[in-house]
Write a protein that binds this ligand. Structure first.
Ligand SMILES: N[C@H](CCC[C@H](N)C(=O)O)C(=O)O
Length: 267
């Protein structure tokens, strides 16, 4: 056991425990991640992040490891990426499982170049070939979704009344459907005059107050369907993100970060 310092942060209420292991090693098992993320027995978070030294050969300033509340390791977490940039205190190039992401520190907000969205069925991945703009599948009233990868898989449903969807029941059903071999993040979006209203059931974390990659994936899907044009305001239960995307280019995400406290814990 050794004592490790951590930062408790959030992006629009999507909350994180962040360890800075750039100077020393810290390896965590899935069981240790679950214990730390537990909201009763541990510190509590949607995702746990470990900042690491970059790989020797690359051009990155740092690397970032991402674990969900359930202990699963994943490649992308937009809100946490903003928090890591805020912690760094300057613009950074971050090595993630989703590739190199450039973070830019603004006045009260952080912008991340999230790279190109994945629009092919096998990059998401889906279990078999499909048109990712209109998947010929449905779960009760949720039909005709789109699918987009932001380095992590998202399925996006456009509905007339997002608040009326029983996402707590349908989310896990869809998350674990065999159509998604690596499971999936489930997005329910409502187009409105002021942008897109979005609720997300996150793979490995459940309902969250915000999901950065979900906001990006939903904006891409909506722009592909010509429901909106970029830049678009995406309103989540925890607040609003500004997403910009032009077909063929990278996705840009801008939003706030909050540092809640630092602590020490024996691991
Ligand atoms: N909250 C994160 C998404 C985490 C995605 C994770 N649930 C997955 O399994 O891909 C975000 O802001 O992008």
């Amino acid at each position: 056991m050794a004592q490790h310092r951590f930062h408790k942060m959030h992006g629009l209420g999507n909350d994180f425990v962040i360890f800075d292991a750039r100077e020393h090693d810290l390896s965590l098992t899935a069981e240790q991640v679950r214990a730390l993320a537990d909201r009763h027995l541990g510190i509590g978070c949607d995702q746990l992040i470990v900042m690491r030294a970059p790989s020797a050969t690359g051009t990155a300033d740092m690397a970032m490891q991402i674990f969900n509340h359930d202990g699963s390791e994943v490649s992308a977490c937009g809100n946490a990426t903003r928090c890591v940039v805020a912690l760094a205190g300057h613009d950074v190039l971050i090595e993630t499982g989703a590739g190199l992401l450039r973070g830019t520190l603004g006045d009260g907000a952080v912008t991340i170049d999230m790279g190109l969205p994945g629009l092919e069925w096998d990059t998401l991945p889906l279990a078999y070939p499909m048109d990712t703009a209109h998947l010929p599948v449905g779960w009760e009233d949720l039909t005709d979704p789109a699918a987009v990868s932001m380095g992590n898989p998202h399925v996006i449903f456009f509905v007339a009344d997002g608040a009326a969807v029983d996402l707590e029941r349908l989310g896990p059903l869809i998350e674990h459907d065999p159509l998604f071999p690596e499971r999936v993040n489930v997005n329910v979006a409502q187009i409105a005059d002021d942008g897109i209203h979005l609720r997300v059931w996150e793979r490995g974390a459940g309902l969250t107050l915000a999901c950065g990659t979900g906001a990006c994936a939903t904006a891409v899907a909506a722009i592909r369907r010509k429901l909106v044009t970029g830049p678009v305001q995406v309103h989540l239960p925890g607040g609003t993100l500004t997403i910009d995307w032009q077909p063929g280019g990278p996705v840009s995400m801008t939003g706030p970060t909050t540092h809640v406290f630092t602590g020490e814990i024996d691991i």
